[in-house]
Design a protein around this ligand. Structure first.
Ligand code: ATP
Ligand code: MG
Length: 786
């Protein structure tokens, strides 16, 4: 490839260059993992800016996570400098919030609307399902939540859905009523849920062509990464944005409306990149057809294929390809690399998930010793609950780690309380927030008083929050009245700091407002006075939140409390604020999409985990799980570990596991198998070549009490390992009698002392020269007669 001297094109292969340089209305880049799709998107943005074909403000680039957005911004900044600042590089959700906050008044909200996360939604639906007695019809809050979410992603609102629902079915009628009630409550709380953010933006554009035009005129270039995971609402949003400008309507009097002439072909150019093999959000309504039918939806679209993978070694790529090949209804892709075969994929079988975690800690320790940074290492799992065992052992082994996505900081009760205090100030209509803090800390305001306040509010046509200002009129006891008055006063004081009547609040106001709320409300004090050691950690978390507000003020000199709450709501949903340098990253396979790491541990490669039990029975489920597994494998650059345990404690039960079917799809020659160190206790410490020594090894000795396995467990693990590795040992009816000499794969030579048991359960008692006496199941033990 000839060098051009252009830093945006050098370092790209010919089809990648073409994709950066193409200037047409629609461009589709489809390609397998690691082929440079995101890189091309980034260079394309940079090239538009550098060539002055676009102002930063004319670019809208959509990524799947906030982290990906930050990375792309950084890379564009590296290439074109400061001017990258004005660009919208964000997730769909953040872009929609920005639009909705600006236009909130158009659709009857105020710009300080609250964003309900899925916990808030669940809390509200719990109440509604109860009120409507939904459980009598088999409706659970979780099921209602997921159905409403699906409907919204299909761009149904409660009323449009009602008109097509089969209301003669009582369960369906109740569902529709809950849906309608839910929508009303959200509206009166001046709140939107995550799905609303997308749907309302589409509705807004459709209802107000002038508003839509504003954004069509503004965004001349729309670019979307991970297009295979867009759902219907996101797809429609892109369609709206890339329509030609409709033209201003002008009232020319006499009831006549004229359209101002505008360049009618002025439509934004659209670039989408994706890989249908990596579509993993069907369960949230992602529709793979958005990518497969792109060329039909956008006539004249140019399609570019990328086939060279730059991320992974050949062995890793081979493993990935051999798995994904088993999905039907896909176009086969030729993904290749010119990096050599690299290291073998390492497989590991442990007795328990602790064994598995211990192996990982030991390996990390060993890799560290060889100069690998923690930040180059990632550990993936299918479900969040798998992280606990890993965390326990990483903590003991003093391996710094960070959990990306999932339950963390912003899901903690004390953090949600603190945020609710802020929301109660900023959006007093948000009844859920006000109710949440009503008796936090304990003020003696119980359910009865809460109901009284709600009734007073309804009777007097005011909000719940407003009602707090009339505690004297509710006929309450003096103590409770005083408590409510105090709370009301605290909220008012905070309002003056956060939303001053005149002038803009300084950026430090967020920190000040939060501190006032936590102190004056007595919330922090109550935690400090508590004897519960957990409350100590809670105080630390609140301090951390205060630190977050300070950092926010530093990064956003013009930031308001609303900006802060927006950031929190969006970050809390997807990924973390803090940077993860110098720590091992733990995350679910879903969160791993689009990322890459030198070393990847893909854990729990077992049936019921991957493919997950829930999706196994659903149409298309196993295929989606295979794509998820493929996503996991293709994150690895140099080293890939696939690990599993033969027993796993989940939901308080220990059950035995089966190796994942996906393992068998990888040619045996690609994987080098190792097994649990504890299985090898019998061979003495010297044989533990896998263990890293150092802190991890020391930690093991006094860790979760990993006792040497019993002989029975040991032989069942050996059998399990053999099954996994395809080396199922079957000695058939090996003739053995006392006095025979045998050779054992691990223990060396020995003499048979006695034979007990019958048939397949015959056991040889063998005296080994170096390993002592062992009982072996003749049928499967790795032995030969000599
Ligand atoms: P995924 O499907 O996983 O999102 P992707 O197609 O977006 O992958 P990128 O993340 O853009 O792939 O690229 C994968 C890796 O390959 C990155 O480290 C990127 O910098 C590197 N890369 C891409 N193209 C080239 C190239 N032409 N020369 C060298 N390295 C490249
Ligand atoms: Mg990518």
């Amino acid at each position: 490839i000839p060098a051009t001297g252009d830093p945006l094109l050098d370092g790209l292969n010919p089809p990648q260059r073409e994709a950066v340089e193409y200037r047409g209305s629609a461009l589709l880049i489809v390609a397998g993992a690691g082929s440079g799709k995101t890189r091309v998107l980034t260079h394309r943005v940079a090239s538009l800016l550098r060539n002055r074909e676009a102002w930063p403000s004319q670019i809208l680039a959509i990524t799947f996570t906030n982290k990906a957005a930050a990375e792309m911004r950084e890379r564009v900044e590296d290439i074109v400098g400061e001017q990258a600042k004005g660009m919208w590089i964000s997730t769909f959700h953040s872009a929609c919030v920005r639009i909705l906050r600006r236009e909130a008044e158009q659709f009857g909200f105020t710009k300080s609307f609250t964003i309900y996360d899925s916990g808030d939604v669940r809390a509200l639906l719990k109440r509604l399902v109860k009120e409507h007695e939904g459980d009598a019809y088999g409706l659970t809050p979780a099921a209602v939540q997921s159905r409403i979410s699906k409907l919204k992603n299909e761009l149904h609102d409660a009323d449009s859905f009602r008109s097509q629902a089969n209301i003669s079915d009582p369960a369906e009628r109740i569902f529709v009523e809950i849906f309608q009630d839910y929508s009303r409550r959200l509206r009166s709380a001046n709140a939107l849920d995550f799905d609303d953010l997308l749907a309302q933006t589409v509705f807004l554009f459709r209802a107000f062509p002038n508003v839509a035009d504003t954004y069509r005129r503004r965004f001349r270039h729309v670019l979307v990464d991970e297009y295979q995971d867009t759902n219907h609402a996101q797809y429609q949003l892109i369609r709206e944005l890339t329509k030609p400008v409709q033209g201003e309507q002008m009232d020319v009097g006499g009831g006549m409306v004229a359209l101002l002439p505008e360049a009618s072909d002025a439509r934004a150019s659209l670039t989408v990149v994706g890989d249908s093999d990596q579509s993993i959000y069907a369960f949230r309504g992602a529709d793979i057809r958005n990518i497969t039918e792109f060329e039909r939806d956008f006539p004249g679209a140019k399609a570019i294929l990328l086939e060279q993978n730059y991320r992974s070694s050949q062995n890793i790529l081979d493993a990935a390809n051999s798995v994904i090949r088993n999905n039907f209804d896909r176009k086969d892709k030729k993904l290749w690399t010119d990096q050599g075969p690299g290291e073998s994929v390492v497989g590991f079988t442990g007795y328990s998930q602790h064994d598995e975690a211990q192996f990982i800690a030991d390996e990390i320790d060993r890799l560290r010793g060889q100069g690998t940074n923690y930040s180059d290492i990632a550990v993936f799992y299918r479900t969040n609950s798998q992280s606990r065992a890993l965390e326990e052992i990483l903590i003991r082994a003093a391996v710094p780690y960070k959990i990306m996505g999932g339950t963390k900081f912003y899901d903690r009760a004390e953090i949600k309380d603190a945020i609710a205090y802020l929301v109660a100030v900023v959006n007093p209509a948000d009844e859920l927030a006000v109710r949440r803090i009503l008796n936090k800390p304990k003020r003696g305001i119980g359910a009865v008083t809460e109901t009284n306040i709600a009734r007073f509010a309804a009777d007097n046509d005011m909000t719940f929050r407003e009602a707090l200002g009339h505690a004297d009129a509710m006929g309450l006891g003096p103590k409770i009245r005083k408590a409510i008055e105090q709370l009301d006063a605290v909220l008012q004081d905070a309002t003056e700091i956060l939303l001053p009547a005149e002038g803009d609040a300084p950026p430090t106001s967020v920190t000040e407002g939060l501190r006032l709320l936590l102190n004056a409300s007595g919330y922090e004090d109550a935690l400090r006075r508590s004897q519960d050691p957990q409350d100590e950690a809670r105080v630390e978390n609140l301090d951390e939140l205060v630190a977050v507000t300070r950092e926010f003020a530093r990064n956003n000199p013009d930031g308001t409390i609303i900006d802060f709450l927006t950031e929190v709501a969006l970050v809390a949903d997807s990924d973390d604020l803090e940077d993860e340098s110098g720590v091992v990253s733990l995350m679910t396979l879903h969160t791993a999409k689009g990322l890459e790491f030198d070393t990847v541990f893909l854990t729990g490669v077992e049936e019921d985990l991957i493919p997950h039990r829930i999706s196994a029975g659903e149409p298309g489920g196993p295929q989606e799980e295979r794509r998820l597994f493929y996503v996991g494998i293709t994150r690895a650059r140099r080293r890939l570990y696939l690990s599993l345990a033969m027993t796993r404690a989940q939901f308080g039960e220990v059950s035995s596991a089966m190796p994942s079917r996906f393992l068998q799809e990888i040619p045996a020659g690609l994987i080098e198998w190792r097994q649990s160190p504890s299985e090898m206790n019998g061979r003495g410490a010297g044989a533990r070549s896998l263990g890293g020594g150092g802190s991890a090894a020391r930690a093991r000795e006094n860790s979760w009490g990993q006792r040497p396995l019993t002989p029975k467990n040991k032989s069942s693990l050996a059998e399990f390992t053999n099954r996994v590795t395809g080396k199922v040992r079957d000695n058939g009816d090996l003739e053995l009698t006392a006095g025979d000499r045998i050779q054992h794969d691990d223990f060396g030579e020995g003499t048979v002392d006695a034979i007990t048991g019958q048939g397949a359960k015959r056991i040889a008692h063998v005296r080994f020269e170096s390993a002592g006496t062992k009982k072996l199941l003749i049928k499967v033990a790795p032995i030969t007669k000599i």
